[in-house]
Design a binder for this molecule. Structure first.
Ligand code: SF4
Length: 137
């Protein structure tokens, strides 16, 4: 019997999941039963992060949130900024490091619109990495 916390809603029920039959107890609603069984069969998560976006150097650089490795003046007439992104669907937990590595390698170009796909089929999954806000040039 595996014990997990249901993260489907803020109530956070303590679930007990039978590892052979995937039967769930401790759930206050049916969504907990689905979450508990899926969490043992095929755990998935939406991944959130940021990507580097290149823009023209005419705009003032924004402060770097990661001590100089990210946004700022990149030289060569280019300014770097960070843009929040997420996967457009939950992806298998065992693919999360691969997804983060692909996100770290991306250098998008401004302008970007909220919802733009920046990495299709990330890490070979059905999920795409999309911009969660717009970034003008
Ligand atoms: S089992 Fe239902 S009520 Fe409990 S945390 Fe999950 S979604 Fe919320």
């Amino acid at each position: 019997m595996k014990e997990i916390i249901c993260i489907t809603c803020p109530k956070g029920c303590r679930l007990k999941v039978d590892e052979e039959r995937f039967a769930v107890t401790g759930n206050a609603c049916p969504r907990g039963a689905v979450y508990g069984a899926n969490e043992l069969r095929n755990p998935v998560r939406v991944v959130t992060s940021t990507v580097v976006v290149e823009g023209p150097a005419s705009r003032p650089p924004e402060p770097s949130p990661d001590k100089g490795r990210g946004p700022g003046e990149a030289g060569g007439g280019v300014t770097l900024r960070r843009l929040p992104v997420k996967t457009d669907r939950p992806i298998p937990k065992d693919k999360m490091f691969e997804v983060m590595e692909e996100i770290a390698r991306v250098r998008a170009k401004a302008p970007v619109k909220a919802g733009d796909v920046l990495i299709p089929h990330v890490a070979g999954t059905e999920g795409n990495v999309v911009a969660t806000r717009s970034l003008p040039e």
